[in-house]
Ligand binder design. Structure first.
Ligand SMILES: Cc1ncc(COP(=O)(O)O)c(C=O)c1O
Length: 439
């Protein structure tokens, strides 16, 4: 099908296009201001402070988020990175072990694995979802494989059924990383509730955020008790708090560290969680509108295939595959992302660099592994990732908040893509240097 180009639309570099504003992100309202000021006044800014006579916001958020995810427990932590770190430690993963990690995701999945001493075994992706391929993962399993770290990327979930099957048959625990999928559903159930553990980041760009933050959900009481100690220097909630006394008691059954979420962050998350489903729906509607605008133009723009079992898609970012050779001859995806960034006045990025060549993933530079006999297993280049490399050449991503602007956002994005395609020399003129990778 031929693309409909409106060549009379604005040139992309006019001030009108370049000063477009988008819905404010992160979002907050009077309820958020109220709850944050309650923490300020409360004299308890962290769970390691004394009990004030009212339940810690961290406990309230943990309960609300576990309920939301359909799990029995939730342990809030400082970041997605610390969620992954304590999850691996709770499962007993350490030096000498291997963890299957997607070859196309944020560096934290690999670096958190290295931080516990385990080797990240980089696994290629399924190009239809950009998630880890179950076949490629199973081919990498051996006696040293001690966990599967399954990321639900961007706006689609991985094939959870296939990974549960692999996990059960090989008796290897599954960690679901839902940092990009808060609220996503698979066969009517929340992502994060299928694996032994579900991890989330609540960093600024995520659809549920406190600036920085994270959480681990599980329905396993043994893992939950370990997680609670792993993130609070070995301390646990006493269960019988006394006003003006510390509420955390020193159990020390496992070696913990301090990964506690502050009361400010917990209160923000508690407040924003109430808006998550509504905002997720808004994003979904906007993404579908945009998709409809390119119906019949699949040689120009395509969207990731939606598995019917992925009953709710959430949009950490919107991924589009571009018919680069036909519509932007001679242009790289980095140049197109840069031209779109300028035209839309919002960060448009290519996908992450595949992990075997990601400039932020440099495990051999880390003193953590300097005396390891298996040091060379950490070498990223030893893991071929042809599907990830190919996907990196053709996809662009837009951040979650552009999808909060309704049909207007969808039309603006479509218009800019068409305008650029009508004048590919403008894209070529954009610096061909790599832009920031997807975040
Ligand atoms: C899939 C995934 N896992 C883990 C993380 C790490 O989270 P944080 O930045 O909160 O440490 C991120 C952050 O972008 C992520 O996207």
């Amino acid at each position: 099908m031929t693309m409909h180009i409106d060549a009379s639309s604005h040139p992309i570099d006019t001030p009108a296009e370049a000063t477009v504003t988008w819905p404010k992100w992160p979002s907050h309202d009077s309820g958020t201001l109220k709850i944050v000021s309650e923490v300020l006044e409360s004299t308890r800014w962290t769970i390691s402070g004394a009990y004030t006579g009212q339940e810690a916001y961290e406990r309230r958020f943990a309960r609300a988020f576990a309920d939301y995810c359909g799990t029995l427990y939730c342990t809030p932590v400082t970041s997605g990175t610390s969620a992954l770190t304590v999850s691996l430690l709770a499962l007993g993963v350490g030096a000498g072990d291997e963890v299957l990690v997607p070859g196309l995701t944020w560096v934290a999945c690999a670096s958190a694995t290295c931080s516990v001493g385990a080797v990240p075994v980089l696994v290629d992706i399924d190009p239809t979802s950009l998630a880890m391929s179950p076949q490629a993962a199973e081919a990498r399993i051996n006696a040293r494989t001690k966990a599967i770290l399954l990321v639900h990327p961007s706006c689609r979930t991985a094939d959870i059924d296939a990974f549960l099957d692999i996990s059960t048959r090989h008796k290897i625990p599954l960690i679901e990383d839902c940092s990009q999928a808060h609220g996503a559903m698979w066969r009517g159930r929340k992502a994060g509730s299928f694996g032994a553990l579900g991890c989330c980041s609540m960093q600024q760009a995520k659809v549920l955020t406190s600036g920085e933050g994270g959480a681990v959900v599980t329905s396993d009481p043994v893992l939950a008790e370990k997680l609670e100690q792993l993130r609070a220097d070995g301390r646990l909630f006493s269960g019988t708090p006394v006003e003006s006394r510390l509420e955390l008691v020193e159990r020390g059954a496992v070696q913990g560290q301090n990964f506690c979420l502050t009361e400010f962050q917990s209160a923000i998350l508690l407040d924003r969680l109430q808006h998550l489903d509504e905002q997720n729906s808004q994003r979904e509607v906007c993404a579908e509108t945009l998709q409809a605008l390119f119906k019949g133009e699949e040689d120009f723009i395509t969207f990731l295939r939606r598995d019917p079992r992925n009953t709710r898609c959430t949009y950490y970012n919107l991924v589009m595959k571009v018919g680069l050779e036909k519509y932007f001859p001679g242009c790289t995806i980095d140049a197109l992302a840069l031209a779109m960034t300028e035209a839309l006045n919002v960060q448009v990025s290519p996908l992450y660099q595949p992990m075997n060549s990601f400039r932020l993933y440099n495990p051999l530079s880390s003193p953590r592994i300097k005396n390891f006999l298996n040091k060379l297993d950490f070498e990223p280049a030893r893991y071929p990732l042809p599907q990830a490399e190919s996907a990196r050449l053709y996809h662009i991503t837009l951040p979650n908040w552009v999808l909060l602007g309704g049909a207007d956002s969808a039309h603006r994005i479509a218009k800019v893509l068409r305008t650029l395609a009508a004048q590919p020399h403008k894209v070529l003129a954009a610096r061909q240097a790599p832009t920031a990778d997807a975040f």
